[in-house]
Design a protein around this ligand. Structure first.
Ligand code: AKG
Length: 339
């Protein structure tokens, strides 16, 4: 892996035109291995963790008409409310691949590993990513927002409902980018991401949906995302086959989703989110509350907080930022329990 990687001719043009670009061979072997370890740790914590969900199981419980829905100790989303939102939404329909549901996989979702995992911090802060992203965004500086894990085991039927990320985040401004890092070989068969080309240029901001369905959170003032899945031929949908080490980068307004994993191999991925200097903090109604954050910012503030490390530019090349951030998750959990 070279010591630095530059954007190639056409990468920025493609990103600005399409709202998505695939860059090859950006994360080195150690980085991919570190993220694989992280997602395995998250998988093993399912049921006991406050942040890890199996959306395959949540989806099945909802679509199969269970009286109540459980997700172990996870409490970031209210899954009972998710069920009632879907039950009362006349337009809701299962977003599932066909096949025998008894033979189901697993759709692991988790967040904010960077706070307790130096391997994630090394990739997010000290890989080639910050420099590449600052180039795509023309950013004077970059803050790291959060990591999110999305892993679909073989035979996972649950699709990821098409959505736009902006209204999920407590931010105002769209100088924000999402880096989706496949940790396995990906193709459409095992759930490669799909992006609606050019949708980042549309005027609308869309309300967050509940991921397993297009049903939206009523607190959001924004309209529902159009039904891409139901009307695929109306949209210019693109996907990229990828290898571990490649990254697919989308603009925060680009509408995207993915199919289930209908293959016999895993589809693990981690998504890293970054904001440029034009973004301001905004406690947006309907945005999903972040976990283990200090909430020390008010609307209109720059993202100057230990929760949003500045990862670009570095005071000097080669500085290992990951080492400078102590593990914070435990301290923050104790702090919020005491509050
Ligand atoms: O991996 C998926 O299915 C969803 C990923 C996603 O929505 C994201 O990275 O923002």
């Amino acid at each position: 892996m070279p010591t630095s990687i530059e954007l190639k001719d056409g990468d920025k043009t493609a990103f600005e035109r399409d709202g998505v670009v695939c860059l090859r061979n950006v994360i080195d072997h150690d980085g991919v291995e570190a993220l694989r370890k992280t997602v395995e740790r998250q998988r093993l914590s399912l049921g006991r963790s406050h942040t890890a969900y199996d959306f395959e199981s949540v989806g099945h419980q909802i679509w199969d008409g269970h009286d109540s829905v459980t997700s172990g100790e996870a409490d970031r989303f209210d899954v009972s409310r998710m069920k009632s939102l879907i039950d009362t939404d006349m337009a809701a329909r299962p977003l599932l691949e066909t096949g025998d549901r008894r033979d189901s996989g697993q759709f692991l979702y988790d967040v904010a590993a960077w706070k307790s995992d130096i391997g994630v911090r090394r990739v997010a802060f000290d890989s080639h990513l910050p420099a590449l992203i600052s180039g795509l965004l023309d950013a004077e500086y970059l803050c790291f927002w959060e990591d999110t894990t999305f892993c679909k085991a073989p035979n996972t039927k649950q699709k990821t409902a098409f959505h736009q990320d902006l209204a999920y985040f407590q931010i105002d401004g769209d100088q924000c980018i999402i880096v989706w890092i496949p940790l396995d070989v990906v193709s459409r068969k095992n759930g490669a991401m799909e992006y609606v080309r050019g949708s980042h240029l549309w005027d609308d901001i869309y309300a967050p949906n509940v991921l397993v369905s297009q049903s939206t959170l009523p607190e959001s003032p924004h309209p529902r995302c159009p039904d891409m899945e139901g009307e695929r031929c109306r949209y210019d949908i693109v996907s990229f086959d990828g290898e571990p080490g490649d990254v697919i980068i989308h603009h925060v307004k680009t509408v995207h989703g993915s199919g289930g994993n209908m293959s016999s191999r895993p589809r693990r991925a981690m998504s890293l989110r970054y904001c440029g200097e034009k973004v301001r903090y905004f406690d947006r109604p309907g945005a999903i509350k972040q976990v283990n954050v200090r909430r020390d910012l008010k609307d209109g503030d720059r993202l100057f907080s230990l929760d949003y490390p500045i990862v670009w530019p570095k005071p000097w090349p080669g500085l290992a930022l990951a080492e400078l951030y102590p593990d914070q998750a435990q301290a923050l959990t104790q702090q919020s329990a005491a509050a």
